[in-house]
Design a binder for this molecule. Structure first.
Ligand code: FAD
Length: 555
């Protein structure tokens, strides 16, 4: 699938009448695409950038009920989310893993610890799974010895889950393709086609991979707009009104050597009492997130602001004072934009994270929501589409959320031949599903070893270059693998090795390689590097940042 020449092959088959076109290749579009293909619809998905390049590769990577949504009385959202979490943990082993959390409580925290205790009881009841427990300060320090001891009262341990968000999108998409759907990255919808009575009946599609493929007018019985934070653009083109509030959330990345954690820690930020998470992921430690209005052009890569940088750094400095972390310890950053339904709340964190369906002259839009609830969003959108199609019944909800993994016996043999440890085996299975075999087959000896200190294998880079629709170097390093986030300097120091491994598969000329390396380097330095120009170095001192001086930088 998606081997050399696949975009041209798919492009040459676009001129047919589709049951359904899905616009947007993030988790929402991927979920709809997979469900539609599995229910027998002739479905095409188009994405203007790379698959998952929007918000769906920039989340906090949590598959969770969202304890904090209970505080905003979003009980239905939490109930649905914890159920979907359980489905994902069951079907997505190796890609979705349980994650222990410590919810630490310090003297003077608002709200006080008993409020969280009550919330966790409700959380567990909703999930029908009793998993939380209270620990006093002594036991909490045993579980996380680097925490600030002063004024520590104790805290709760509970469980949620985490994933690799971009790989989740890829797995869902590829299962849709295996079920007969067609998906294209770097293909932008520039206009909607309409009937004489102004109903949406198709799209105008432009190639954005620079392959010179001709612009296409493509008809469909139903068009679904799953463009996340971009959704207002197409809704307005269909005659609807703008309804979204775009909220940026950013993260800091630390090496585990500087900020070692065995489990996630959630703490109330000393400045505004918002919950901040610090958690291990793919061999690094992430700190997030923020909630800021994002007025910038959505097509420009989002990045952390100086205020957000300082705000997040302050949270880790306050929680782990003995580690003496400074801005120089921040290995990288990333930011994403949430599509949130605008209800005009002054505090962005209070806006609902529920998803919404709209219909404007036949164009169905689904936006808002969360990574965790993608299947529910897909089902609702598809149900609405099927009303327009007048045929097909969607499968009942108790079907698998991801395809079952291939038979254990066969894989156990392959993997033991390859000499991979159990956690790496599960990781490969979870990420590549039934293609795990092919990935192993393609790997020559020596490639089943980790890249740098990360859990990614060299063989994954080779496989992605061979069969995962890579158009640009950033696709390979930011989304097929996550080396752009997990390696120091975005993996740039390893570029010679990456190039010599993948060059035969990618079939790029020397000039193309050079242009790609330059573009990737510019992207990383401008948007992911902790010392990028737009973070005002005078406001981020290289010593510990004092709380007083911080406050003026947090808008
Ligand atoms: P996107 O992933 O943005 O996909 C929309 C796609 O549409 C984009 O790729 C875009 O390029 C494409 N597109 C736009 N216009 C066009 C066009 N004209 N033609 C073709 N394609 C087009 N959720 C959780 O469950 N857990 C979390 O831990 C979590 N953390 C988060 C942290 C942050 C900082 C943020 C910002 C969000 C977080 N979320 C989390 C929410 C979750 O990430 C989003 O709800 C989800 O990724 C949105 O997916 P989407 O497919 O709707 O949008």
């Amino acid at each position: 699938m998606w081997t050399k020449g696949w975009r041209e092959r798919v492009w040459s088959q676009l001129d047919q009448h589709w049951d359904l076109i899905v616009i947007g290749g993030g988790i929402t579009g991927a979920g709809i695409f997979r469900e539609a293909a599995k229910s027998g619809l002739k479905v095409l998905l188009v994405e203007q950038n790379d698959f998952a390049a929007g918000t769906s590769s920039r989340s906090s990577k949590l598959v969770h009920g969202g304890l904090r949504y209970l505080k905003n009385a979003q009980v239905k959202l939490t109930y649905e989310s914890v159920h979907e979490r359980e489905h994902l943990l069951r079907d997505g082993r190796g890609l979705v893993s349980p994650l222990g959390f410590l919810l630490v409580n310090y003297q003077g925290d608002r709200p006080p610890a008993w409020v969280f205790g009550a919330g966790l009881i409700l959380y567990d009841i909703l999930a029908k799974k009793w998993s939380h427990r209270y620990y006093d300060s002594f036991d909490i320090l045993e579980l996380c010895p680097t925490l600030k001891e002063e004024q520590l009262r104790g805290g709760y341990r509970f469980f949620d889950a985490q994933t690799d968000d971009a790989r989740l999108v890829l797995r869902v998409l590829r299962e849709g393709v295996q079920a007969g759907g067609y998906a294209l990255n770097y293909s932008a919808v520039t206009r909607l086609l309409k009937t004489s009575d102004q109903r949406v009946c198709g799209i105008v599609l432009e190639d954005r991979a620079g392959q010179g493929l001709p612009q296409m007018e493509i008809k469909a019985k139903v068009v679904i707009n799953a463009t996340g934070a971009w959704a207002d653009v197409l809704r307005q083109a269909a005659g609807g009104a703008a309804r979204l509030r775009k909220l940026r959330g950013s993260h800091l990345i630390f090496s585990q050597a500087r900020l070692p954690l065995a489990r996630a820690v959630s703490v109330l930020h000393p400045r505004d009492h918002r919950p901040v998470f610090i958690f291990p992921w793919e061999g690094i430690t992430l700190v997030g997130t923020t909630d800021m209005d994002h007025p910038d052009d959505l097509n420009a890569e989002p990045h952390i602001s100086a205020g957000e940088f300082v705000y997040l750094l302050q949270a880790v400095q306050a929680l782990f004072p003995r580690l003496e972390l400074t801005s120089a310890d921040v290995q990288g950053t990333f930011a994403g934009v949430r599509p949130v339904i605008d209800s005009g709340k002054q505090d962005p964190s209070k806006e609902s994270r529920e998803y919404v369906l709209w219909e404007d002259n036949g164009l169905i839009t689904v936006s808002g929501g969360k990574l965790t609830t993608f299947r529910l969003m897909a089902r609702s959108a598809l149900k609405r589409a099927i009303r327009q199609l007048g045929k097909h019944t969607p499968r009942p909800l108790d079907e698998h959320i991801l395809d079952p993994l291939p038979s254990g016996e066969l894989l156990a043999k392959d993997f033991s031949d390859a000499g991979l440890p159990a956690n790496t085996r599960m990781r490969i299975l979870g990420r590549y599903g039934c293609e795990a075999h092919a990935l192993l087959d393609a790997a020559v000896p020596g490639l089943l070893t980790p890249v740098g200190g990360t859990p990614s294998l060299w063989a994954e880079l080779l496989w992605a270059a061979h069969a995962e629709g890579v158009v640009h170097l950033s696709d390979l390093l930011m989304r097929r693998t996550r080396l752009g986030l997990t390696l120091p300097q975005g993996g740039l120091p390893l570029m010679d090795q990456i190039r010599s491994l993948t060059t035969a598969e990618l079939d790029w000329t020397d000039a193309y390689w050079q242009a790609e390396i330059d573009a990737y380097s510019n992207l990383w330095h401008a948007h992911y590097n902790a010392s990028q120009n737009h973070i005002d170095r005078t406001s981020v001192q290289d010593e510990r940042v004092g709380i007083e001086s911080l406050q003026e930088h947090v808008a």
